[in-house]
Design a protein around this ligand. Structure first.
Ligand code: SF4
Length: 375
């Protein structure tokens, strides 16, 4: 299974925590759309003949800033240059303020069958603090509108660990999600990245840092509450009802090939990791001269294994010890097993069907554990 990711690098306004690549000036929007279409043409041979494209994902930035003509143009280019005959999932990231009857109609016409809604919170004070453009009520209205239009495959993004988000407020938000019958949730702990408004404010001592203990409590509660309500916790930050897990993201975590198009988009062809330039102007200039705006690195065998550890450990399937054993020497595997045993004794990890799988406490420390397991 292979997937295509399209990065739309525009947002209505900058959220204070966000370090993705985007511009709040929409001046180059039409030009970027034109050049995304051209990049799709330039990279039409990215996949080998036998790979089936089963998922398309529009992320950003904010894909819902695209108007009818712009969206249709990219979808037509996708259709023209790739075989979408096996497409199962077409996800479109949207923000609540962009959802109305006419945008829904446009999205419907363009074969989108899954929405990822940037909700983040229902609390107006917290939304303001994060510099989101919408209110909590806008989020509820957007969800209901999408559902009324006949879409059921909806994911919402939530953020916990926000200063001011008490345990009680967090519990109330999760109750609301259940009441709204949302089948997929991506929940992220607020992190303060250096090149963001929050990053600058933190440096100047103007904001309170995230309370790690409370954030951890909120994460553990999230896990327990959603599992009790029929969700599967299938990746550190992702929870889905049966048949509603994200096919596109799951293929990333399983090391499948994917093509990323648009400024700052990443691609992986099984051996090489590639990343497009994160600058709209330079992206356009490069595509205009028929040259791909990317840099790449070819992964060594060890880097490929580390990539597998890093992504696999984040999932409920864990990492297959037999796969690792086949690729490294006996001594290296013994050392690797010793580290695994250490985490088993600390109750951070368990072995099931020869796979090393993190516990919920392990999920919370996943990045550190993955780094320690690297070969
Ligand atoms: S969080 Fe989403 S909407 Fe906010 S600035 Fe980042 S990409 Fe844009």
């Amino acid at each position: 299974m292979s997937g295509i990711y399209i990065h739309i690098p525009f947002c209505h306004q900058a959220c204070h925590y966000c370090d993705f690549y985007f511009s709040t000036s929409l001046k180059l929007k039409e030009k970027i759309v034109e050049h995304i279409c051209k990049e799709l043409e330039l990279r039409k041979d990215f996949f080998n003949e036998n790979s089936k494209i089963e998922s398309v994902y529009f992320g950003g930035g904010t894909p819902s800033v695209l108007n009818h003509t712009e969206l249709e143009r990219i979808v037509k280019a996708l259709d023209l240059h790739f075989d979408l005959g096996n497409l199962k999932e077409f996800t479109f990231e949207i923000n609540p303020e962009d959802v109305n009857d006419s945008t829904i109609e446009i999205w419907k016409k363009n074969k989108i069958n899954r929405f990822s809604l940037g909700l983040q919170s229902f609390e107006d004070d917290l939304l303001k603090y994060l510099n989101r453009k919408h209110t909590g009520e806008d989020g509820i209205v957007a969800i209901n509108k999408i559902k009324q239009a006949g879409f059921s495959n909806i994911s919402v993004d939530l953020i916990y660990g926000i200063p001011g988000l008490s345990m009680l407020l967090w519990k109330n938000q999760l109750e609301k999600i259940i009441d709204l019958s949302i089948p997929h949730i991506s929940a992220y702990c607020l992190t303060i990245e250096p090149n963001t408004v929050f990053g600058n404010q933190l440096k100047k001592g103007k904001i309170i840092p995230v309370d790690e203990v409370l954030a951890q409590e909120q994460y553990f509660y999230l896990h327990e509450f959603l599992e009790k309500n029929g969700f599967e916790h299938y990746e550190i930050s992702n929870f889905g009802k049966p048949n509603f897990t994200s096919k596109h993201n799951t293929s990333y975590w399983n090391g499948k090939q994917y093509l990323g198009v648009g400024p700052s988009a990443h691609s992986f062809n099984g051996e090489k990791r590639m990343w497009n330039v994160a600058n709209n102007f330079n992206y356009i200039k490069s595509i205009e001269s028929n040259s791909l705006p990317l840099e790449y690195e070819t992964l060594t065998k060890n880097q490929q294994l580390n990539e597998y550890i890093l992504t696999g450990i984040r999932t409920k399937w864990g990492i297959d010890l037999n796969k690792i054993k086949l690729e490294i020497s006996k001594i290296e595997f013994e050392q690797f097993k010793n580290k695994i045993n250490h985490y088993i004794h600390s109750n951070l990890l368990k072995i099931e069907n020869d796979c090393a799988i993190l516990s919920i406490e392990g999920f919370w420390k996943a990045d550190g554990i993955a780094g320690d397991l690297f070969l």
